[in-house]
Design a protein around this ligand. Structure first.
Ligand SMILES: *Cc1c(COP(=O)(O)O)cnc(C)c1O
Length: 421
């Protein structure tokens, strides 16, 4: 097993999984993908604890890698929370929000953090992770890297642009995690990170943990293997999986799982008002654009970075169209869905999950094999959700703990040198 960049058509530069994880983005600007997808081991058992299950699914991807022997330990430490399949009357909800920051990004961020910690322990180096965030990513990364040896984190977020609860989650850490409130926009934060990465004074000790890192993608494949196998065992059929998507990293995990032979009938994408993918599927021209702001803000992406990985899996438009379908959901439709779902079923959804549910209601209402992916706990988006359902959403214990911690952050300008003072 080796990894190559999506832009390296002749596969000239081959990396191990560990090398790809430490590099993040390939030097040619492409994304690392596996050279092959081994078929799932038929003896794979759902009776295993999830961490061990994950380690078995991932083993072929780390064959002869520096992390091969520590993989079991990394998975056990990273995945210490449940993957929940919740059977409702008209669908099964795959709840990926039972981790420490109550969003699916905990899976990828934690696997990446424990993998990097192990690699640094072996090579005796230290790394500082820079992360610009407008919400969920920063919280998941900060939580995952908190107290990891030889790693530190600097989180940048735009002043006045993140929700109150999100800000608490970004600023409650301390020790090896520092938070910076930047007097600027999210784009300014991203520019500061990019400038630091190319500045010779700082670049050597810096790394990123964003969603294009292979170390975040691989664990996102595992829960689709697990959930589809469990679904098939319990219901005797393969699920159609609807995934609320932005940068399409989460759904890439599902496509990789399907390619390995996981029992998945089809993958469907639900996007918000950022229509890049549905427009591409209807006209055949792929046109990334700037993002528009919506209620499902973690999916506000106009140029989905992981599309390159999907294009490398399905190289021509016909095969893309055979595998990909996507629908766009407006803010009004999100609100309507959150309200209806609560009134009809008493089930509370976050705005991202509601995009998926709207697609189910409008496109797949007659299907009896829908698995809807829930990407975040609704209590994270209380200011959107609570007025719609007219009641409070109880906080899960993980969030209560975080929100009770003391907060601290530094106010800085858009000069990235202030990050290193
Ligand atoms: C990041 C995120 C998404 C989008 O996931 P992608 O991998 O970028 O497609 C959806 N919902 C929530 C809650 C998220 O945090």
């Amino acid at each position: 097993m080796y990894y190559y960049s999506t832009r390296d058509k002749n596969r000239e530069h081959r990396l191990t999984a560990s090398e790809a994880i430490l590099k993040g983005l390939a030097p040619d600007g492409g994304l690392y993908v596996p050279s092959q997808f081994p078929q799932l081991d038929c003896s794979l058992s759902l009776d295993l604890p999830y961490g061990q299950f994950a380690s078995k699914v991932l083993a072929p991807f780390f064959k002869d890698d520096e992390l091969e022997d520590s993989l079991g330990d990394i998975c056990t430490k990273a995945f210490d929370f449940p993957v929940v399949l919740n059977s409702l009357k008209d669908k099964t909800v795959l709840e990926l929000f039972h981790g420490p920051t109550c969003a699916f990004k905990d899976f990828g961020a934690r696997f990446l953090a424990f993998s990097m910690e192990e690699l640094l322990r072996k090579n005796g180096k230290k790394l500082c992770i820079l992360v610009a965030t407008s919400g969920d990513t920063g919280g998941a990364v900060a939580s995952a890297f908190y107290r990891r040896d030889n790693l530190s984190v600097k989180v940048l977020f735009p002043k006045g642009r993140v929700a109150q609860r999100q800000k608490k989650q970004l600023t409650c850490w301390g020790e090896n995690v520092e938070s910076f409130e930047v007097d600027g926009s999210f784009d300014d934060c991203q520019k500061m990170v990019k400038s630091a990465f190319v500045d010779k004074r700082y670049m050597d000790g810096l790394s990123s943990a964003n969603s294009i890192n292979l170390g975040r993608l691989l664990p996102q494949m595992v829960y689709y293997v697990y959930a589809s196998m469990l679904y098939q065992k319990e219901k005797g059929k393969k699920p159609v999986i609807i995934i609320p998507s932005g940068n399409v990293g989460n759904c890439t995990g599902a496509y990789w799982a399907m390619t390995m032979g996981a029992p998945i009938e089809r993958v469907v994408l639900a996007v918000n008002a950022n229509r890049t993918i549905p427009d591409y599927l209807s006209c055949g021209k792929y046109e990334p654009r700037s993002s528009v702001r919506t209620l499902a803000n973690a999916m506000d992406v106009g140029a989905p970075s992981n599309m390159e990985r999907l294009f490398s899996l399905y190289p021509d438009f016909d095969s893309v169209r055979a595998h990909l379908s996507a629908w766009s959901v407006s803010d009004d439709e999100i609100r309507q869905t959150i309200r209806e779902e609560y009134e009809e079923d008493g089930y509370v959804m976050c705005p991202h999950t509601a995009c998926g549910e709207f697609v189910r209601r409008t496109q797949f209402a007659d299907f009896d094999n829908i698995m809807l992916v829930s990407t975040a706990h609704p209590a994270k988006f209380d200011t959107v959700v609570e007025p719609l359902i007219g009641t409070e959403v109880p906080l899960p214990p993980a969030l209560t703990d975080l929100l009770d911690k003391p907060n601290s952050w530094k106010d800085i300008s858009t000069d990235y040198n202030e990050l290193f003072l």
